[in-house]
Design a protein around this ligand. Structure first.
Ligand SMILES: *Cc1c(COP(=O)(O)O)cnc(C)c1O
Length: 813
């Protein structure tokens, strides 16, 4: 892209301030990306508590010169170019539609409730031998993701594949204007009654808006869509049974695969796909229909369809050998996805040193020399310490890169593997599918057993923003990451929170804070339970202690004075009714007199904690705690003439007592996706999914028993699967003996017999499953809240009880 600012101004209806002769070559909305530079047009988007206008000054200092804004921040008028608009998101969308109009090749637009990303990735695979394809990266299908995807089109592309996702009415019209699809694909529309729509019909009407100007629409023939569809729209339909469809398909399972017998007017042929589940079969057929529509011959279709593969849509962070962190993106390597992966690497880098293992870049649409030149610029701007390049092509262009080691192919790399050193670094593994870098990932991965707790980082961001939207703009936010981030992971979550610019982190003990600081977290961290013996370490690592007793205060003061500290931040905890830790009303006089004339410390904040913020039955008590906090904290503030941050609310407090936000709130369990209020839970996204696999399956006759103490007796022939997870991993023993269940292939399997230390057994008599199949212990279903409720405990206990021997894997959609 290379565009003059003066041409953009009228297209987004902006009022211009600055030098209109400048040119831009990229667009950004992420102030934290290391890729922002002088050629960037930065759109300052605003969200519920996140306003990119605050970062403009910083971006100017990093060389960005062009901004689309709602207003010009103070004192910056002369320092950059500003395109002032009413709504920066709308401007981004308008810009994308304008940009899209300059290209005239076919664009495939995909929407539906399920399967969009898979159909997109598969079509990319199936069509890439013949086209230079631009497609939306990952699942960029939202009001922001779609314009960003379209803006990446360049002159060398000759086919586009974009997906569109909506969550409520009137959104599709905007996406239609941006994508302007010529070929439409409607994937499975689901039967779910989605939030945001009155009913299924309204949802379908809205989705079909994407295809209003398409030359053709491909879908599985069904009455609902047929009745709604605009009569002018040309369709190309398929069905398993309806003879009126253009293409009739008969599926047949054979040895783990599906054979599709296809009947299309005079043509009939068979194609095999390596999947059996209903969703994959439907997605594959939508792809096959597209190939038919584009005029592909049966032989080519057959040859390519049998190679379809499981799509890994997520960037995963895994623990690697010798203290390394691996970011596994070994399924694609195009320029756009490299940009995204590099941003993710920067956000998640656990070790300062950054290595990238990179294959040839496929399908950029650019001339090859220009491509590697751009790739080298990108890698330089992201400050990568070492590049390990694998592939004939990238080896030829290695001169563009610094600190590069090259291998002609993967075999050469593997042969040299033992001579390479990988330690204390973050490694991005990024390769095109044909290079099959998963073999490299496996080599570098720390070896543990099959049980993992998968943590969805997008869900954490979502939940954080949900609670932020409940806060007044000036209210600060502390997020509690105690107990290893409520069991979800310490460093990775802290890093994400730092990225989202929360104000404080809270931990229970000094060692938790020390490990975060040592790993490079720079946010201030409050330690709630500092032992006197840890004070020196606290100071050494710049942690901030909570002080809850005169004894503790004196001890800390003594050390602070010995070390000649000045204004060291401490947090004063008041006991307003929880009766756990804190100064009570009658301690106040002594507290105030001790705090007077103590230049070595500074009261950074005053806090208290509520005992019943989640239980409206104790509403009066909660109110009385807030009132006492007001009284006691005001007294300290006025007698010491100080201006500390005051805070009392935890997650439930934020929801139930918004009037008591004071200057800060302390968000805990909510960010991990759990609310004590069912009506709120539906706005939160599930964060942790505990997964394992089936180790062994056996069938036992009636009368046999399962497990210790023979607590399960089979009353008929029963198929039993053994899962390698037990109470030592944190599964409560009380969840056994048919109280609890796991999910296998989306079906419930009751736990039979007692949960053992490292294993449990489930009844899979009615489930078609194999050894090695994936098992969900908790996640969306059963949720941690459900398990807690059934067992008479609270989600906190289940979450924090998952043992550290269970590997945590972090991913982003
Ligand atoms: C754990 C904790 C919180 C967070 O509580 P949630 O219910 O998880 O939101 C807040 N304040 C203090 C003092 C805590 O110990």
């Amino acid at each position: 892209m290379s565009l003059k600012i003066q041409h953009i101004v009228p297209e987004i209806q902006a009022v211009f301030h600055g030098n209109s002769n400048l040119e831009i070559d990229t667009v950004s909305i992420d102030s934290r990306s290391l890729q922002n530079n002088s050629g960037t047009l930065f759109f300052a988007l605003t969200g519920a508590n996140n306003d990119a206008h605050h970062y403009i000054e910083d971006l100017i200092s990093k060389g960005v010169q062009n901004f689309v804004v709602n207003y010009i921040p103070n004192n910056l008028e002369e320092k950059a170019n500003f395109l002032v608009v009413e709504n920066t998101l709308k401007a981004l969308q308008d810009f994308a539609s304008y940009y899209r109009k300059s290209f005239h090749f076919p664009i495939i637009g995909i929407t539906g409730s399920n399967g969009k990303t898979i159909v997109k990735e598969w079509l990319n695979f199936l069509l890439s031998p013949d086209y230079n394809i631009i497609r939306s990266p990952k699942s960029y299908n939202s009001q922001v993701g779609v314009p960003l995807s379209v803006i990446s089109i360049n002159e060398k592309h000759n086919l586009g594949i974009f997906e569109a996702g909506i969550s409520t009415k009137n959104e599709m019209e905007k996406l239609e204007k941006i994508i302007q699809p010529t070929i439409g694909i409607l994937t499975n529309i689901g039967s779910a009654h989605d939030e945001g729509f009155l009913n299924l019909e309204e949802k379908v009407i809205e989705k079909l808006r994407l295809f209003e100007n398409s030359e053709i629409l491909i879908y599985q023939k069904n009455d609902l869509v047929d009745s709604i569809i605009n009569k002018k729209t040309k369709t190309f339909t398929w069905s398993f049974s309806d003879e009126k469809a253009n293409v009739l398909i008969a599926p047949k399972s054979i040895a783990g695969k599906t054979q599709l017998s296809i009947q299309y007017s005079a043509i009939s042929f068979d194609a095999i796909i390596p999947f059996q589940d209903k969703a994959s079969v439907e997605n594959a057929i939508n792809c096959l229909m597209t190939l038919l529509y584009l005029g592909y011959l049966p032989e080519v279709i057959k040859e390519r369809m049998q190679l379809l593969y499981s799509v890994e849509m997520r960037l995963k962070v895994k623990n690697g050998i010798n203290n390394t962190a691996l970011i596994d993106d070994s399924y694609s390597s195009d320029y756009q996805s490299l940009k995204i992966a590099l941003d993710f690497l920067e956000q998640q880098k656990q070790y300062k040193k950054k290595t990238i293992i990179l294959s040839d870049i496929i399908q950029s649409g650019l001339p090859i020399d220009a491509l590697y030149h751009k790739v080298s610029e990108l890698i330089t701007s992201n400050k990568i310490d070492r590049i390990i390049a694998i592939g004939e092509e990238i080896s030829v262009y290695s001169g563009h890169f610094k600190n590069i080691i090259t291998y002609k192919n993967k075999a050469e790399f593997l042969a040299d593997f033992k001579n390479l050193i990988f330690e204390n670094e973050t490694i991005l593994i990024k390769g095109a599918r044909i290079f099959q870098f998963e073999e490299i990932t496996t080599l570098l991965e720390e070896k543990t057993h099959e049980t993992v707790l998968e943590i969805n980082l997008n869900a954490i961001s979502h939940n954080l923003n949900f609670f932020r939207s409940k806060l007044k703009p000036e209210t600060k936010l502390m997020v509690m990451v105690k107990a290893f981030g409520y069991g979800s992971g310490g460093f990775e979550i802290a890093k994400l929170l730092e990225y989202h610019k929360v104000d404080y982190l809270g931990v229970a003990f000094a060692d938790e804070g020390i490990s975060l600081k040592s790993a490079g977290i720079t946010l201030p961290i409050m330690v709630m339970n500092p032992e006197n013996t840890s004070f020196s370490a606290i100071i050494e690592h710049q942690l901030e202690p909570e002080i809850y007793s005169i004894k503790g205060l004196r001890a800390f003061l003594k050390i602070a004075e010995q070390k000649n500290l000045e204004k060291y931040p401490v947090h004063i905890k008041l006991d307003t009714g929880m009766h756990r830790l804190g100064f009570q009303e009658n301690d106040l006089e002594e507290l105030i007199s001790t705090l007077k004339n103590t230049p070595s410390i500074k009261v950074k904040s005053i806090l208290s904690h509520m005992a019943t913020s989640d239980d409206l039955e104790h509403h009066e008590f909660a109110k009385s705690q807030i009132a006492l906090f007001e009284k006691l904290s005001s007294k300290i503030v006025s007698e010491l003439s100080i201006n500390p941050i005051r805070h009392i609310l935890n997650t439930s407090g934020i929801s139930n007592y918004p009037e008591a936000q004071y200057d800060m709130v302390r968000l805990g369990i909510g960010v991990y996706g759990v609310s004590n209020d069912a009506s709120e839970t539906k706005y939160l996204e599930n964060v942790g999914t505990l997964k394992s696999i089936i180790s062994q399956i056996r069938t036992i006759p009636a009368g046999e028993s399962v497990g210790y103490g023979r607590r399960f007796m089979a009353d008929s022939e029963t198929k039993i699967a053994t899962i390698p997870i037990g109470y030592a991993d944190g599964i409560p023993r009380s969840w056994g003996n048919e109280t609890g269940f796991v999910m296998i292939k989306n079906q419930k399997a009751n736990i039979v017999g007692s949960v053992c230390m490292d294993m449990l057994m489930v009844n899979v008599t009615n489930i078609e499953c194999l050894e090695g199949d994936s098992v969900i212990i908790f996640g969306e279903n059963p949720s941690v809240s459900l398990i807690a409720e059934k067992l008479g405990t609270i989600p906190y206990e289940i979450l924090t009880g998952i043992s550290h021997r269970v590997k945590r894997v972090f991913y982003r959609e």
